[in-house]
Design a protein around this ligand. Sequence first.
Ligand code: BG6
Length: 530
Amino acid sequence: MSDDPHLPDVPPAPAAGETPLRTSLATPFQRVRTPDPLALVIFGGTGDLARRKLMPALWKLKEDGLLPDAFCIVGNSREDIDDAEYRQRMRAALEEFADAPDAGEWEEFARRIFYVHGSTDDPRTFAALRERLDEADREHGTRGNRLFYLALPPSVIAPTAEGLGRAGLVCDAEDAECWTRIIVEKPFGRDLKTARELNAALLRVFGEPQIFRIDHYLGKETLQNLLIFRFANVIWEPLWSRTYVDHVQITVAESVGVEGRAGYYDRSGALRDMVQSHLLQILTLVAMEPPASYDADSIRNEKVKVLQSIPLLQGDDIQRCAVRGQYAASGDGDGAMAGYLDEEKVPPGSRTETFAAVRLAVDNWRWAGVPFYLRTGKRLPAKASEVVIRFRPAPHPVRDLVQRDDPAPNALVLHIQPDEGISLFFEAKQPGLRGLLRPVSMDFDYCKAFGMESPEAYQRLLLDAMLGDATLFARRDEVEDAWTLITPIAEAWEAGGEPERYPAGTWGPRCADELLRREGRSWAVPSVME
Ligand code: BG6
């Protein structure tokens, strides 16, 4: 407890060597409650996402007491296995990607896991699923509430939704007795046209409030906290505009390559895979106006306004403001890294970009004239995602007082990963008789400050979908507006030109540096917090 009545109570940080508290979703900002009884159906139930992310997240929710007692999971895929084999695989997934579950607790949990095999283009699959779900309602009290998670390739999303509708597995959005929701994984279409078609197909079966389009970046703690940081504090908001901000940088850097996903990735590339979704989502949260209230629609209305304020890049602007690269082999011996073209399943001569950088403007009252530079790439030197808000230089240099007359402008850095936190950089006088300036930082580290690790994005998002809270999911217009911006660039890149090669393990192609250099700026080197 703080003695000062003006200071909020903050849980004490763990002492050195003390184990941080268990991850918990019960942050001071979120009202957490246990969802209504429900059955969760995972299409793609034996796949990578289910094993790596969904099952560990569900287990954690169970451990945190955030799953209802009346709950069951039904996995589906084409593999012809039975409940016992599916349970065994899910347990193995927990051992591999989370902690080995306690035997007794697992037994108890596993009794609520089932499997229905069959292809989603076969009506018998849906009939069997319906039977299984009716049985779950009777035996486990799931009350007809269903959450369908479509961890499926894009081509089968619409047919699966239609299959659910035809099999009578979808309650009306207005139904007071039970509810049905659907979670759809990205990529949501591959351009504006296909995204619109997918939306139309889903909306033939589900109402918009029943559709949860997932972007796992929105489940990351720092992104949720961006709203709190901006709108629950008075000190930042007056600075948060063209008056004080020079430009904004958004970097999502990955050190990994395509990791055996070339089948998908080569058709997508960095622009579609990352910029259309994660980076534009980050941009909207940085640039949006304060919402009228903190419900899903008020927040999403403001995000959509940001997307609609971004002028489309067309014609020569694309050349000037959007650049791409592809990683090439580098290093030797133990440090050798394969080039993209040498990766398994990448077609010879592929022109797919593994790095993309764009300069966007947000043409509204707050941001007119402030460039937003976005970049993302694979095989960069580190896995690091951050937003840098670079402020304008001081209006009157302190040159008479100090020896250096080019003080670094202030910067606020929002670290999204690997270590979630916030740093404020400013100039300080180095102690001593000479007037020397040095940039210093004030750092806030989530883990240290709260003594707990942030929950996995999928925990937050699965829980929210069970609770029917769509705040952290993309709405129809958000997805389409994002594609409106990205499609002309993707089409121009497809039509011709080559990505510039960059050596694997470096910060991307030279054209990305040039994008900022010609405007007298440079990319910040992402810092991994100590
Ligand atoms: C996914 C992309 O959406 O996000 C992947 O399809 C990418 O290509 C991944 O590797 C990055 O997510 P994270 O949470 O590891 O930064």
